[in-house]
Design a protein around this ligand. Structure first.
Ligand SMILES: C[S@@+](CC[C@H](N)C(=O)[O-])C[C@H]1O[C@@H](n2cnc3c(N)ncnc32)[C@H](O)[C@@H]1O
Length: 396
């Protein structure tokens, strides 16, 4: 059983399944969790998916045509905006401004409604995931590089044909796995800091994962547009509860009462780094609310990872092997954080054996003009030590 406790959209699970392994993923962001579930569900008839989607596409095109809207995305006069469908104000407020222009949004909402009403049982989730993908990468004005931001703001974009081409990609993938049986895969929506509540005890043989790093990346921003359109986030309260289920790896998800830092209160190097960040902030006179949290979030991040590694022990089989891809960071006022090294120390203190800290690649950080290491931390869980029974201590 291979586990990815921070599985995102499920890449590790897909690769594990292709390699013939039973896999399980844990992910706290509901959209990413949904994407992972769909990507690992290959019990779908590719030809039925294609037929179903074509019928939805035709109906949408006819409907748009009746409204005087051509979906080619070319030379179109933008119709009277007051006649276009849009999102409720509270949902619009959660999007990056100009994420999507009014006409593509209208067409997307028409298509989405048709997928929801016409999509056949067992196929609809795939159709919705294809919708999310074309929405973000073709229809919207978003640009990933790698952080999400705004690219060229386009007044129109083809919605139905972009969606169908995503469906066609899925259909090709599904056809390529239709000949063989593959082991099951499941993805659980949960917080990996309390993973023991969601995965059976002593059930996991191996972990391959890429957890967040303390780098100010807001994972809820990267998936905001599709999360809002597909209804995974309804309002600010929903967004907040999602953010609080994530590891504290950026200052935008730090809340009053957060106390994961108590798990590293005795860790000298983490305390030193946190103080060094705060000292530099004061020297540089950086006083925004977010900057004031840089020192705290660093401790919260490592505290959260400590909770994760501690709870994980319940669900690992003795001799389970773990691989964590992590990167050094200097995002907080250029104070170097050796993420892999620190996580190795935390793991060791919790009873794991450190098998290696392999260099995976380096990235050039323009702020510090240094090469930052991206590493794979390799751990082994030897099993829980129990008291000796006369023949010396054993591990279980
Ligand atoms: C670096 S990404 C993983 C990307 C993944 N390998 C993929 O291919 O999509 C880290 C993931 O961890 C998730 N995450 C953050 N905190 C979490 C938590 N406490 N429990 C579970 N997942 C969490 C984030 O939502 C994000 O999707």
């Amino acid at each position: 059983m291979l586990l990815d406790p921070f599985c995102g959209c499920g890449t590790t699970l897909v690769e594990g399944k292709l390699a013939g392994l039973k896999t399980v993923g844990v992910e706290a962001n509901p959209f990413a969790c949904f994407a992972s579930k769909v990507k690992t569900n290959w019990d779908v008839d590719a030809e039925e998916l294609l037929d179903d989607s074509r019928a939805i596409a035709q109906k949408t095109l006819r409907q748009l045509k009746r409204q005087g809207i051509d979906d080619s995305g070319l030379f179109q006069e933008v119709p009277d905006e007051s006649k276009l469908l849009t999102l409720p104000e509270q949902k619009l407020k959660m999007l990056l401004s100009n994420s999507i222009s009014p006409l593509p949004l209208h067409k997307s909402l028409v298509l989405l409604e048709n997928i929801k009403n016409m999509g056949s049982k067992g196929l609809q989730e795939h159709e919705l995931l294809a919708f999310a993908n074309s929405l973000v990468f073709t229809v919207s004005n978003l640009h990933f590089g790698p952080e999400v931001g705004l690219g060229a703001v386009k007044s129109d974009a083809p919605v139905v044909s972009s969606w169908l081409s995503e469906i066609e990609k899925m259909v090709r993938d599904l056809r390529s796995v239709s000949e063989r049986d593959y082991p099951d895969s499941r993805t659980v929506l949960a917080d990996s800091r309390e993973i023991g509540l969601h995965i059976p005890p002593s059930s996991v043989d191996a972990i391959i994962t890429s957890p967040p790093y303390p780098n100010e990346k807001d994972y809820t921003r990267t998936t905001r547009l599709e999360s809002v359109l597909l209804g995974f986030i309804e309002d600010k309260t929903g967004l907040r509860s999602l953010k609080s289920s994530l590891l504290r790896s950026n200052t935008r998800n730090v809340y009053k009462g957060d106390d994961d830092d108590k798990w590293v209160s005795e860790h000298k190097e983490i305390q030193r780094i946190s103080h060094a960040i705060e000292k530099r902030r004061i020297e540089l006179n950086k006083n925004s609310g977010f900057e004031k949290l840089y020192g705290k979030v660093t401790k919260l991040y490592f505290g959260g990872m400590t909770r994760h590694f501690a709870d994980l022990r319940k669900i690992l089989k003795p001799n389970a092997k773990l691989a964590y891809v992590v990167g050094d960071q200097a995002s907080y006022l250029r104070v170097m954080i050796r993420t892999g090294q620190l996580l190795a120390e935390i793991g060791e203190a919790l009873g794991y054996e450190v098998m290696g800290l392999d260099l995976f690649r380096t990235r050039f950080a323009s702020a510090t003009r240094e090469q930052l290491r991206e590493e794979v931390l390799l751990l082994k869980w030897p099993g829980e030590k129990v008291k000796g029974n006369g023949k010396g201590a054993k591990r279980v």
